[in-house]
Design a protein around this ligand. Sequence first.
Ligand code: NAP
Length: 257
Amino acid sequence: MPTTLVTGASSGIGWELAKQFASGGNDVVLVARSEGKLNELAKQISENQGVNTTVIPIDLAKQDAADQLCDQLGERSIQVDTLVNNAGFGALGKFAELSTDRQTEMLMVNVVSLTRLTRILLPQMLQRGEGGILNVGSIAAYQAGPNMSVYYASKAYVLSFTEGLREEVAGSGVHVTCLEPGATESGFGDDSGMAKLGMFSSSTMSAEAVAKAGYEGYVNDEDVVIPGWKNRLMVTSTSFLPRFATRKLVAKLQDVQ
Ligand SMILES: NC(=O)c1ccc[n+]([C@@H]2O[C@H](COP(=O)([O-])OP(=O)(O)OC[C@H]3O[C@@H](n4cnc5c(N)ncnc54)[C@H](OP(=O)(O)O)[C@@H]3O)[C@@H](O)[C@H]2O)c1
C-alpha cells in the first residue's frame, strides 16, 4: 500500500487531505505539533478507512525539523510515496509591527521546511518513478498582499517552486501539484486574524471540498488546482490587472490601520 505523509494534519485542510488519501487506499503519516489531535484523526482513519496510520508530532518552524522528521521515518522504515506539504499559517498586520519571531517562523513552516522535506524525499520518488508532491499554496500567490506581506510572498514562493519542480521532473512518472485554496473554513481565519475581514468571511469553502479538489487534482497529475469558481474568477481577473492595481486593492481589503 502506498504511504502519504501530510504535514499540518491536525486541523482544517490537512485533516481532510489525510482522510482523502486514506480513502484512496494510502497509509498515512500525520504530522503537526498537536499530538492529541493527530491521535484523534489516526483513530478515526484506522476505524473508518482501515489503513495504517503513524503520528509524528513535530514543530516545523524549528531549523532541523525536516531532517528530524525524515530520521524518524527512517527509524520506522517508512517509505513516503506522496508528500503533502500543507502545514502553514499567516498573520494579518503591518510587517514592521508584527512579531519578528512569528514572521520568521512563518517562513520556516511555509517555505523552508516545505522545501527541505521535498529535497530529502523527492530523489527516492524519482528513483521509483512514481509518487509525488502536493504543495498547498494559496490564491494569495497571485498578487502582493499589503498588511500580510510575508504570508503572500511565502505563497508566491510555493507556487513558483512547485511549477519549476514540475518541469524538472516532467516525464519521470512523479506528480507535482500545487493546491491553491481561497478562503476556507479552518483554524486559519482566526489564527491569522483574517476571519474578521469581509473579503474572507463572505466566501469561504469547506475544508473537505478544498481537500477533495486537491486530492483529485494530484491523482490526475494537474499542475495547479484552484478549488471553487469564485476563486478561479478572482485569479483570472487578477491576471488582467497591473500589479500596482491589485496590491492597492488588497491594501484596501486588508486595511488594518
Ligand atoms: N484556510 C484558508 O483560508 C486558507 C486559504 C489559502 C491557503 N491556506 C493554506 O492551507 C494550509 C492549511 O491551513 P488550514 O486552512 O487548514 O489552517 P489550520 O486549520 O490552521 O491548519 C494549519 C495546520 O498547520 C499546522 N502547523 C502550523 N504551524 C506549524 C508548525 N510550526 N509545525 C507543524 N505544523 C504546523 C497546524 O498544526 P499544529 O498547530 O498542531 O502544529 C495545522 O495542522 C496552510 O498552508 C494555509 O496557508 C489556507
